[in-house]
Design a protein around this ligand. Structure first.
Ligand code: G3P
Length: 217
């Protein structure tokens, strides 16, 4: 499973990259705003800065919601860097845009996916990635992980190339469960990746090894 980090924070992206297990970055307009990145030029520059840190795909989201404007915006984003994947919302014009980008060889991430039907449509249109938001489904008492399992089943039925990018991952158990189900990618906060490190027996075992070493030296 690929590990993406879901942030526009350059320090966190650097930290994740230095860990050596990072495969990409996802961003969205809310994450950019959280970092205080506003205005088109600053946003475009920020995407390039991210691409220069991470060795992998970087999702950059279009703001437009009509077909023509999404095409224009997406092509501009794709021109920025060969690591850019154009993130397109799951709406009717978004599906048309994904088909257009797919035919042109521009990679896409279909975002705001909350049902298996939407994921099927994204794959049919040729999305490179589909982003089901598992945390937001959990937030409304719906089983986010079950959606990942359903999409996995449907995509395997037809050997779709679209990669399942489990998004809105909130914690480490989401990461582990997504890996068990067979999501191709997960994107979450750095803490969800670093949580994989943790086990009290590792900590106590290491403390004992170091203590015994000191005794003999
Ligand atoms: O990038 C999209 C998605 O990961 C958002 O996550 O935590 O805002 O639901 P969250």
């Amino acid at each position: 499973m690929k590990f993406f980090i879901d942030t526009a924070n350059l320090a966190q992206i650097k930290e994740a990259q230095e860990l050596g297990v990072l495969d990409g970055v996802t961003t969205n307009p809310s994450l950019m705003a959280k970092e205080g990145i506003t205005g088109k030029d600053n946003i475009l520059k920020h995407y390039v800065d991210i691409c220069n840190i991470v060795d992998g795909d970087v999702s950059a989201e279009v703001i437009s919601t009509d077909y023509e404007s999404m095409i224009k915006e997406g092509e501009e984003l794709a021109e920025l860097h060969d690591q850019i994947v154009v993130k397109v919302p799951m709406i009717k014009d978004g599906i048309k845009a994904i088909k257009y980008f797919s035919d042109k060889g521009i990679r896409t991430n279909c975002t705001l996916v909350f049902s298996v039907g939407q994921a099927l449509l994204a794959a049919k249109a040729g999305a490179s990635y589909v982003s089901p938001f598992i945390g937001r489904l959990d937030d409304i008492s719906t089983d986010g992980l079950n959606l990942i399992a359903e999409i996995r089943h449907v995509y395997d039925n037809y050997n779709f190339d679209t990669e399942i990018l489990a998004a809105s991952v909130r914690h480490t158990m989401h990461v582990i469960d997504c890996a068990k189900i067979g999501a191709d990618v997960m994107t979450g906060p750095l803490s969800s990746i670093e949580g994989l490190l943790k086990h009290p027996l590792t900590d106590s075992g290491l403390a004992k090894f170091l203590e015994d070493y000191k005794k003999g030296n």
